[in-house]
Design a protein around this ligand. Structure first.
Ligand code: FHN
Length: 443
């Protein structure tokens, strides 16, 4: 019981009055408590859709950030790319305006990826953007632009650093003194950088850790890192890539991070799929761009599973996001402009995603996202609730027939949307109160 609640109870006893338990204010909930986590995650659960940005001097080569160092790009050459990194057309407000036009509510920037290059003015490492011809603090400009636009600024930070001589599995920059790697020194440096990001750039929506899988790191170091971050900004959300899992030990961080695949339906453990709009995380000339259908289905299947989608763009070396990617995002935004009520601030279900369908709910409304129509219309297991009325958000009319064991939905083929026919059902009860239902009858 919090001190405030205890004092209230004693006072009430003295005054012989009854009290109704006051909700504990968020500030008094322990950082790691489920109640505090729910408060932290509230905006993020409603946001549903974010922009991931993988950027750095490697965009000059068009190869994968971090991974192409010492492979497609010789190490010494990779580590010297920052000297040519001028990104003369970088404009944070344009990136943020694009995210907004896409209907994205948060932006996660790779402030430091596996190659160790820092996109902010770090005092802990000279290998940073202020030492490049660009000479601008990207985290500063992007976090300020996000705040101006009402979008949450979030930072990606790689636990591993293949360039840092104190990181045991890295290849230190060519010509540097060979030292005996020391993880405690390395971790102290990491915490120094995280302190810069978590104290100098205002409220950070979330920290997206990555690079937690190599031997020098451990579950225990992840627990320590989570405590450290929460000590600096208790309201910052943290993903699960703080460290390797440990059998029988609590999961790390606030949410799970399936990658390049749609997460499984889960209303208990929050999750967010991260996915590239092309194939590569960092910019690649003529990379394969996902068609709109695939992009929207990814979003709908994520939210139908009660998850988020963090969709990645890779800006070009001059700082622009290429028109193809920007146009695709604006197409998604136009769709969300019309049908966002079936995505934002919804929860997944009650029908769990299947081959033809995903569903979301908010209040007494259930939104059926029909992604493909079976022959003869859609036959779903009974909802266990009465459909009071229905509407087809994408246009046309639906015939809805409720039997004891099935819900039949039909929309004339000419009125079906080629990507996603959205049918809104108003029920006689909360959609979230309905236990999740498989959307296809068991085989
Ligand atoms: O190795 C990274 C990869 O470059 C990229 O940043 C993705 C994004 O989730 N994370 C790691 C691979 O799991």
């Amino acid at each position: 019981m919090s001190k405030r609640a205890l004092f209230t109870a004693i006072l009430a006893a003295a005054l012989n009055t009854t009290t109704t338990a006051q909700p504990t204010p968020p500030s008094e909930k322990p950082a790691g408590s489920p109640a505090k986590a729910a408060d932290r995650l509230a905006w993020w659960r409603e946001a549903r859709f974010g922009m991931f940005i993988h950027w750095g001097p490697v965009s000059l080569r068009g190869t994968e950030i971090g991974w192409s160092r010492g492979k497609e790009v010789p190490t010494a050459e990779y580590d010297a790319l920052y000297k040519q990194f001028s990104a003369e057309r970088f404009d944070a407000d344009r990136w943020v305006a694009l995210a907004k036009s896409a209907g994205m509510k948060y932006i996660v920037l790779t402030s430091k990826h596996h190659d160790g290059f820092c996109l902010w003015d770090s005092r802990r490492s000279d290998y940073n953007v202020m030492k490049s011809p660009l000479h601008r603090d990207i985290d500063r400009e992007l976090s300020d632009a996000c705040r101006r636009a009402g979008i949450r600024f979030c930072t990606y930070y790689s636990i591993l650093d293949w360039r840092d001589p104190n990181y045991p599995l890295g290849e230190a920059p060519g010509g540097g003194p060979k030292i005996k790697p020391d993880m405690d020194t390395y971790v102290a440096g990491m915490k120094g950088q995280l302190k810069e990001l978590l104290t100098n750039y205002g409220p950070i929506g979330l920290v997206w850790f990555d690079g937690q899988w190599e031997a020098p790191w451990s579950y225990e170091r992840g627990v320590d890192l989570e405590k450290f971050v929460r000590s600096l900004q208790p309201d910052t959300i943290i993903n699960d890539r703080l460290g390797p899992g440990k059998p029988g030990a609590p999961a790390l961080g606030d949410y799970a991070t399936p990658e390049q695949t749609i997460g499984g339906f889960n209303r208990d453990r929050p999750w967010e799929t991260c996915m590239t709009i092309c194939q590569q995380w960092a910019w690649k000339p003529d990379d394969n761009l996902k068609p709109l259908r695939e992009c929207l289905h990814a979003l709908v299947r994520c939210v139908g599973g009660d998850g988020n989608l963090l969709f990645n763009v890779g800006p070009m070396p001059d700082g622009r996001i290429e028109d193809r990617q920007a146009d695709r995002l604006r197409e998604m935004g136009a769709w969300l402009e019309k049908y966002g009520e079936s995505v934002y601030a919804t929860r997944g279900g009650p029908y769990m995603p299947g081959a033809n369908l995903a569903s979301t709910t908010r209040g007494n409304a259930v939104y059926l996202h029909v992604l493909a129509w079976p022959e003869g219309g859609l036959r779903l297991p009974a909802l266990g609730a009465k459909v009071v009325k229905s509407a087809v958000l994408t246009g046309g009319k639906a015939s809805v027939t409720q039997g004891d064991d099935a819900l039949l939905i039909e929309v004339a083929p000419s009125e079906r949307d080629p990507i996603d026919t959205i049918i809104k059902l108003e029920l006689d009860r909360e959609g979230l109160a309905i236990a999740p239902i498989a959307s296809e009858p068991a085989k």
